[in-house]
Design a binder for this molecule. Structure first.
Ligand code: C2E
Ligand code: MG
Ligand code: MG
Ligand code: MG
Length: 284
């Protein structure tokens, strides 16, 4: 087989497995280079108070535009970064860069907004993570209150000390939110023990909220649960006015999604803030 492959070239005999692993190896190497060369950037998606259409924060979403391969979506490279451990340097870059940018917006005179940064389990499980985050906050001079970490429910299943680690971070003023809430493992019985400020309802429940009674029931249950536990709720993936109207009716006060804005470059996010502010003033 080996001989045949040698003679006939790769393409003919490459199994699907080999092809996948070749692609992975290539991508891993490219990612390593890209981290070194800082070829990543961040888009920022506004988070809204849907009761008054005010911007209340933004989520940092990492972007990779490879010089030859073009745009590679996070759903493709984040899992690979998690498997290979590259999420550690990449995640650190996103944290530092995001905190720095947020501080810069304050220096420019925009009202202080909280920046949300996605954290992988592997990042959170790193023994030095608390010190690392504190170091970044000191270095960038960002108020810990203006940083939120988004973690998925799986951290609590995969990582014994997740609650302790999040509690330490929370004690220093950092906010914690559970991303994609409702899709993971959290049972309602142990959610009360989690050191969490915000539940971020997964987009899958918002997508059909206006057609599907079960989705609406789940959203209502999450809102009731959050109210009881003193947690905040934000809906992700809000795309239409119909969805917004139902969320509003059900008492959900925060939303994020294409209806308000796609993720924007730093520059476009600033423009968005200015426009949103103008609209607000003309409404007053
Ligand atoms: P996520 O944290 O749940 O982020 C929300 C995703 O939904 C983003 O996709 C965003 O662009 C997209 N989105 C926002 N509003 C809408 C909408 O109205 N409709 C639809 N269809 N989509 C919407 P994106 O940027 O491709 O990121 C995908 C995932 O990659 C994120 O899901 C997050 O899990 C991960 N990710 C992104 N950046 C980072 C990062 O810096 N670190 C880590 N660890 N993960 C990241
Ligand atoms: Mg997120
Ligand atoms: Mg999400
Ligand atoms: Mg997600």
């Amino acid at each position: 087989f080996v001989k045949e492959r040698g003679r006939n070239g790769y393409a003919l005999f490459k199994t699907e497995m080999e092809e996948k692993s070749l692609e992975r190896i290539l991508l891993e190497n490219e990612m390593r280079k890209a981290i070194e060369l800082e070829q990543f950037h961040i888009d920022y998606q506004p988070k809204m108070d849907i009761t008054n259409n005010e911007v209340i924060g933004m989520e940092a979403l990492v972007r990779w535009h490879h010089p030859e391969l073009g745009r590679i979506p996070p759903n493709k490279f984040i899992p690979l970064a998690e498997e290979t451990g590259l999420i550690l340097p990449l995640g650190e870059w996103v944290l530092r860069h995001g905190c720095k940018q947020n501080k810069e917006w304050q220096r420019k005179g925009y009202k202080p907004l909280r920046i949300s940064i996605n954290m992988s389990v592997r990042q959170l499980a790193h023994p030095n993570i608390v010190e690392k985050i504190q170091e970044i906050l000191t270095e960038t001079e960002l108020d810990p209150e203006l940083l939120e970490l988004e973690v998925t429910e799986s951290v609590f299943a995969d990582f014994d000390h997740a609650a302790d680690t999040l509690q330490q971070l929370r004690d220093s003023g950092i906010h914690i939110s559970i991303d994609d809430f409702g899709t993971g493992y959290s049972s309602f019985s142990y959610i009360k023990y989690l050191p969490v400020d915000t539940l971020k309802i997964d987009a899958s429940f918002i997508r059909d909220i206006h057609h599907n009674e079960e989705s609406q029931a789940i959203v209502q249950a999450v809102l009731t649960l959050a109210r009881t536990l003193g947690m905040n709720v934000i809906a992700e993936g809000v795309e239409s006015k119909e969805q917004l109207a139902i969320l509003h009716e059900d008492g959900c006060n925060q939303g994020q999604g294409f209806l308000f804005s796609k993720p924007l470059s730093g520059q476009d996010f600033e423009t968005y803030l200015i426009e949103a502010h103008k609209k607000q003033e003309s409404n007053d």
